[in-house]
Design a protein around this ligand. Sequence first.
Ligand code: BG6
Ligand code: MG
Length: 219
Amino acid sequence: MNTEKGFIFDLDGVIVDTARFHYLAWKKAAAEFNFELTHEQNEQLKGVSRVDSLKKILNWANANVSKEKFDELAANKNADYLTYVEKMTEADILPGVKEILAEIKAANYPIALGSASKNAPTILEKVGIMDMFDAIVDGNSVSKAKPDPEVFLIAAKQLNVAPENCIVFEDAEAGIAAANSAQMISIGLGNEQNLKEADYNFSSFTEITFNFLKQLQPK
Ligand code: BG6
Ligand code: MG
């Protein structure tokens, strides 16, 4: 393994476009307390853990629920979300992702997943790319959510690569902040306006060449 560099991928919004499924499921959950979740609010839930997402929605709705009801809402949201995940296939992988994963792998650099999602292994299995990853760090293995760097630092450790030699792909502001505070090279994917703190910005993996990644140096 060439540990001069390590590559860490976020999942939702980077490898697969699951934000729309999270949105549909949260909308249904919020309707239970008569709140209509907007698309703009959903944008603010990107990269945010399940529990913190529900806390934010309840806050926007000015709603208070018991601990029991909170757990029930979160569990129902996830069950609903999983009905969409169930239908996912390889075709749901975002453009350019498989190609870049293959090039990184061919050059023998290690690859990790660094995601807030507890459903990460299920999704990677569904879309058939689990075997591309040397380490999976997800919502089941971290205690501090992004923007805390914990998820990426654990991933770097598992890859045996120094944090400053790691390159992180992220679509969420909190994820870019986490990568920057881990001293890693951050690459923002998607809306550049929301990802101003990223070291580099691209709208999609189809714009990123392996030669560009190979020449990146610690900042
Ligand atoms: C992040 C998503 O990757 O994972 C968030 O961007 C989601 O929308 C979070 O809330 C937690 O995911 P899950 O699958 O454990 O509910
Ligand atoms: Mg994301």
